[in-house]
Design a protein around this ligand. Sequence first.
Ligand code: BGC
Length: 767
Amino acid sequence: MKYQIRKKLIIFGAALFLFRCSSDQKKNSMIDTKNTTINKKVDSLLSKMTIEEKVGQMNQYNGFWDVTGPVPEEGNAKNKYEHLRKGWVGSMLNVRGTENVKAVQRIAVEETRLGIPLIIGFDVIHGYKTLSPIPLAEAASWDLKAIEKSSRVAAIEASASGINWTFAPMVDISRDVRWGRVMEGAGEDPYLGSKVAKARVKGFQGDDLSKNNTIAACAKHFAAYGFSEAGKEYNTVDIGTSTLHNMVLPPFKAAVDAGVKTLMNSFNELNGVPVTASKYLQRDILKDKWNFDGFVISDWASINEIIIWGHAENKKEAAKLAATAGSDMDMEGYVYVKELANLVKEGTIKEEIVDDAVRRILKVKFELGLFDDPYRYCDATNEKENIGTKEHHDAVLDVAKKSIVLLKNENNILPLKKKGQKIALIGPLADDKNSPLGSWRLGSDDNTAISLLEGMQNYKENTLVFEKGVDLFNGDVAFTQQVHVNTTDRSKISKAVAAAKNADVVIMTLGEHGFQSGEGRSRTEIDLPGLQQELLEAVYKVNKNIVLVLHNGRPLAIEWADENIPAIVEAWQLGSQSGNAIAEVLYGDYNPSGKLPMTFPRNIGQTPIYYNYKSTGRPNKEPHVFWSHYIDSENTPLYPFGHGLSYSSFEYTNFTVHGGNSFSVNDTVKVSVDLKNTGAIDGKEVVQLYIRDLVGSVTRPVRELKGFELVPLKAGESKTITFNLSKNELGFFNNDGDFIVEPGKFQVFIGGSSITKLEKSFELIKK
Ligand code: BGC
């Protein structure tokens, strides 16, 4: 009987497999046919275009607001409209709202000779109007479905507002907490970064780009922008090939494999070549080796910046270098529109280079369905009904809760009791409805986030008092401006101390404002800005029962707080629903499950600090000073990559490498572990798997993340978690950029953070 059932199951399984294969084949052949049809249409259109019209497709203009960089002299509205009418503009950014988009689209479609529609770009970085957590925070959820959903919501809202192309995801790996843009990426690790990149591309682009609620994604910034020297914005980058291939490029490759339609290059140079002019990156790797068939856009006027870097003498040379290198579209640089047609006419650049770029751009426009209906994203009813909906707020609340990381919780001070408590909420960010929106919120409205004060007010059976304690800034804050941190006005501290004295628990809400990280916002100090540390210590003198809620767009150095404050909650900038999400975690209505995607240093001097470092030749503590260390700080971080606590506790047992401990380089190594929720409440744990390849022809990091699973477990429940390590996980890129797997000894580690001690080993042998 059993046998028959099993047999039936096998037959059913085989039938399902064949069905899947044949439906996959069908899907693939449909994609092929679609591609061929589109390619034919592209070729036919291309054959009708003059060189000026072709170059026009490679030209993108900014709309008339929300500028993120200097505008060239030519950038006035009159010129732009004139160029638009001549068919010299292929794309616009920062035009939004169905009416505005319709207006520029109408000129492109109805007034130009060939009527080629514009592709409309916008920085939809973590939401459009309804904002999700900043991307670094979302990565802390390690919840790929929630991340995909959040990008989906962003795409639905942006597309309803006329936009069909987002300049996201940013997939730059960065190890430098000084760099302001770490808030925009997925942190320091290429494995997690690749998974997040894929989820975000899928969320934006969906299964069918031609739907009116999916938008083209753009993996940026290609490449190595996150390795800006000293974390200084727009700085030079000088990294070796091993770091380039093993750390920087994998998330871009993952985005390309996920079908991302565009990439953006970047402001940095790499080993002496501004990347906008890098043929090696854009043609040799991206377009040739990876077969990327979408297009590359420059960053804001980065073609111009080739001149300022000192790599081209003038615009003409910059245009030649960038186009030849494979930079297909010029963002607000006025270089291509001015120079490229002449360069072709005089024979300096082959027309094929322009044709290649234009083909790529037109193909994406066809895929978006813009030629079928250029106004498909301009439906005013859709705009009214699909932006800021309850469903979207629920989705961003969900991912916001999941993004919170419980860094410390001594004596179970958290979760808070729901009744009979006097709670003092103190800090400049506690009632701030603006800061949780982060610095990329161009489609949203200022001061629309739920503040922590509002979130806490939902719990009515406790007494809540609020005191600011200190102001973070003197004067206003804005997207494009420097902030002026308050370092002198202490007048509110005494009131906060008085409130703390009478409280059972103090919630201190401190950290960075949303406009203290992001583009153009590098810092040389990463402690609590302004007078916040002073405030914290003053409150601590009168009440030690403190929960510190951190808001920040980068890891901060909070060594004093870690030593003295019993509970610390990392709440980043969590978007529109911030305060509700934090309150739910503080009160235990959501059991925290986030894990850090980036190492927290003890002090700024340890930067860059990251978990996947190399051994060095002298890693071990010695009685003398001649080993790899600092004489005034520990080597270890304050909180390691992957760290995060829960109100549950988890036990790992039966860690097993299956099938012995010796495998061929072509084998898949199966490892498993049993995970038990030993706590009193249901919770989730991110089980992380790391490897170490002990000897490599290129030295390998001491640990590398190669698998993870977010596991929900009821109180007392156990589950076996299995990972399969194949070539993809066990190999690496050598210094020629080739992926190889080398025989030799490996260690494998499993646990709830990157410093887990659960370890096994195995060997790969040549067979
Ligand atoms: C940023 C890009 C962004 C572009 C357009 C630049 O300054 O580096 O990431 O997409 O502006 O706003």
